[in-house]
Design a protein around this ligand. Structure first.
Ligand SMILES: [Fe+2]
Length: 334
């Protein structure tokens, strides 16, 4: 199966071939040597390491707490630290060919560096953004069509900055699992974790590879059993189509309307109104100031505001807290 996963940077693949590979084939595409200039990767990695050091090193990881370092929003941070490298690095042809094949011409890139230090633990098997982040209780409420569509709304990628032999823990992938029925609902179950560990593939990566995978594939980063750190820059490429049509001033809405919510007594009505009042989704955010939580649902602005209404929090307190919440989510380039 490995030879169905790997292509060379010199190959030419049609959009249909790429889409078929990610949807109906193994669900993974590794482009060997997508980056031909190793010195570019080295100097970019240097900037990432320096930035991680300046920030004091992050240890927040949703699926392997404490064993690695993160650099959130490495897109903005590279532009701040080494703007002269940005176009060669993020203008890579294969990055855009595969993004366009999966998402069409309207897409948005975000990037987060992940460093697994020597001795770093493996992740547990999981599925990713969007629906892999949420508990079964929420995924169950998603209409089937939305569950299927969610996998077409984003593309996972990784720019590989160093050779990653098996002992360094290249991503474990259960090839073809993107089409498991109800995969987002079942992946946490013990029998599914056992099947994952028994049947997954672990294909060594090479420096300069670009790795893409279907976001619903069952996968996990491996443990690093070498003396060298493993640095990859993870990419989340999103379809631009799900953005709302207008920019909403959420703080303005809360400032004007919340005092009047306190005059209401029908909680169901208030809960519905709140859905039109605050941001329905915890992303995009600034993950430095608003780091990953195990309780995404509890963190929803809708849940938070409804709770404030229930305890009759004053408008002044709500507005101050909400303004702070919204500011935490923004990224301001110095
Ligand atoms: Fe993941």
């Amino acid at each position: 199966m490995d030879d169905q996963v790997i292509v060379s940077h010199a190959d030419s693949l049609s959009h249909t071939e790429i889409e078929t590979q990610l949807q109906d084939g193994p669900g993974v595409l590794i482009v060997r040597g997508a980056y031909q200039d190793n010195s570019l990767l080295d100097v970019v990695a240097d900037h990432f390491y320096k930035r991680i050091q300046r920030e004091g090193g992050h240890a927040a990881d949703h699926f392997a707490a404490g064993s690695n370092q993160r650099l959130w929003n490495s897109l903005n941070k590279l532009a701040e630290d080494a703007p002269q490298l940005f176009s060669d690095y993020y203008g890579n042809e294969w990055l855009h060919v595969v993004s366009e094949a999966w998402l069409g011409p309207l897409y948005q890139i975000t990037a987060q560096v992940n460093v697994v230090v020597p001795g770093g633990s493996p992740q547990t098997g999981h599925r990713d953004y969007h629906l892999g982040f949420y508990p079964e209780s929420l995924v169950k409420k998603m209409p089937n069509l939305i569950r299927q569509a969610s996998t077409k709304m984003t593309l996972q990628g990784a720019i590989i900055h160093c050779d990653v032999p098996t002992e360094m823990g290249p991503t474990k992938l259960l090839l073809g699992s993107q089409n498991d029925p109800d995969g987002y609902l079942t992946y946490r179950r013990a029998e599914e974790q056992t099947r994952f560990e028994r049947e997954c593939s672990q294909i060594p990566f090479k420096k300069g590879d670009l790795v893409f995978f279907n976001p619903s594939i069952f996968h996990a980063a491996g443990g690093n059993n070498t003396s060298e750190p493993r640095l990859v820059n993870l990419l989340q490429v999103s379809a631009a189509l799900a953005k709302p049509m207008e920019h909403i001033d959420f703080v303005g809405l809360v400032r004007h309307v919340y005092p009047h919510l306190l005059d209401q007594t029908d909680e169901a009505l208030v809960a519905r109104a709140i859905r039109a009042l605050v941001d329905a989704y915890p992303f995009p955010s600034n993950l430095d100031r608003d780091p990953p939580s195990d309780d995404w649902l509890g963190e929803l602005e809708t849940s938070w505001l409804l709770e404030a209404w229930r305890v009759k929090e004053t408008p002044e307190v709500v507005l101050a807290a909400y303004t702070e919440r919204r500011e935490k989510r923004t990224y301001n380039t110095p």
